[in-house]
Design a protein. Structure first.
Length: 401
């Protein structure tokens, strides 16, 4: 049996700064690696102004490990020639892929349209319906239940949208339209032809429902992401359907105000939340430290670190239910929260993403706005979205992007 090389080595990790706080870098990567593999030193390299991934490559400083999301198909890696299959390292290091949620591994493979893995996931978002308990209490309406359909959630939102003593209360914020569309696995762009795929009956159904929510009298203010979380916490938005926004949008700042139920479902997709939105680690093909780099990945996906992540509010990617059910266990503000809501739904089956999906996402959200704010009819808004997507993709293709 070959003796493992334990010569001192430094492994660099490239990542977007917003994805890992300094504390998380120490707790989930640097510390565990130091403890398990003391000869490996981890150096985190955030992609910042002047040190983007492309700029690091140009400077001859390509990180050993690259962190990316599956949402856009690892397109930056493909464009920069950074795809490296991990099959041999998985085998050599005896990584047990059966420990991972199969839906997450499938999403990684779909993103690259390969049968092997070029990245190992270490965390993913969950989806949930957050709600302001005070608003429900004020109007004597029962809290949302698990397993509600979008239509049931809409009806509840109608009851809660009202003007009381000069304060306008909104019943429901559905957030960006791609979330509910992903439950039905609706693609944006054909990966082979680069043609827009949004002018369909299914997309029309999603667009029609989202605009119906905003057309509830008094509910026509579209406020997504952090703005929606803020209005829920300050007591004017009753329900907010979103991803794991507990830390990013500071839901921890007012723990007594809110709780959560399962993400609303489409009747034809029972028990399904949004598609997998995972962060994953790959290894650069030019890395001279591939085995050490893979050991870093082994550390962050170990049972110990995955459990620690879960207990501190970063959702794990392990199949064993004990990891999900421990979510937030070490966070005082999560005590008495309805944790089951986050793992009662399964991620929806993924579709093949493309580098142009962000164009389509923007166009579809703009279509919602046109219908709600400008009174444009559904078919026109959908047709204009399709034309806009096609035009922008053609321009990018012509420019070599």
């Amino acid at each position: 049996m070959a003796v493992e090389d334990q010569s001192p080595v430094t492994v660099t990790v490239g990542f977007l700064p917003g994805w890992l706080t300094e504390e998380e870098r120490k707790q989930y990567i640097i510390g565990p690696v130091q403890q398990k593999y003391p000869w490996i030193t981890v150096e985190m390299k955030p992609y910042e102004k002047g040190s983007s991934l492309a700029e690091l490559i140009t400077a001859g400083e390509t990180p050993d490990i690259l962190i990316e999301t599956n949402i856009y198909g690892f397109s930056s890696w493909s464009d920069l020639g950074l795809i490296y299959p991990l099959s041999d390292l998985i085998k050599t290091n005896k990584m047990d892929l059966n420990r991972f949620e199969p839906e997450v591994l499938d999403a990684i493979k779909a993103a690259t349209q390969r049968s092997d893995l070029v990245a190992i996931p270490y965390t993913r978002h969950f989806s949930a319906l957050y709600y302001n308990k005070n608003i429900f209490d004020k109007f004597g309406i029962p809290y949302p239940k698990d397993g509600m359909t979008w239509e049931q959630t809409y009806e509840l939102g109608k009851k809660l949208t009202r003007n009381d003593s000069g304060v306008q209360y909104r019943g429901l914020e559905v957030n960006v339209i791609e979330r509910m569309a992903s439950q039905l696995s609706l693609p944006y762009v054909d990966p082979k032809t680069n043609q827009a795929l949004v002018n369909t009956d299914q997309w029309k159904k999603v667009l029609d429902f989202a605009t119906k929510v905003y057309q509830i009298p008094g509910n026509n203010q579209i406020s997504t992401y952090g703005k929606a979380a803020e209005t829920m916490l300050n007591g004017t938005l009753a329900m907010y359907a979103s991803l794991n926004d507990i830390m990013g949008y500071k839901l921890y700042s007012s723990p007594d105000v809110w709780d959560m139920a399962t993400y609303p479902e489409w009747p034809e997709a029972p028990g399904l939340g949004t598609r997998v939105d995972a962060h994953a680690m790959g290894i650069s093909p030019t890395s001279k430290n591939k085995d050490a780099a893979f050991k870093v990945i082994m550390a962050i996906t170990s049972d110990e670190v995955q459990m620690d992540m879960s207990r501190h509010g970063k959702y794990p990617v392990m199949k064993d239910p004990k990891f999900a059910s421990s979510f937030g266990a070490d966070m005082d503000f999560m005590k008495n929260k309805h944790i089951e809501a986050i793992y009662k739904t399964k991620p929806a089956k993924t579709f093949i993403p493309t580098k142009y999906d962000s164009i389509a996402m923007s166009a579809m959200n703009a279509a919602v706005s046109k219908i709600v704010k400008n009174g444009v009819d559904l078919n026109t808004a959908l047709r204009e979205a399709e034309e806009s997507i096609t035009k922008q993709i053609n321009e990018r293709v012509a420019a070599g992007n």
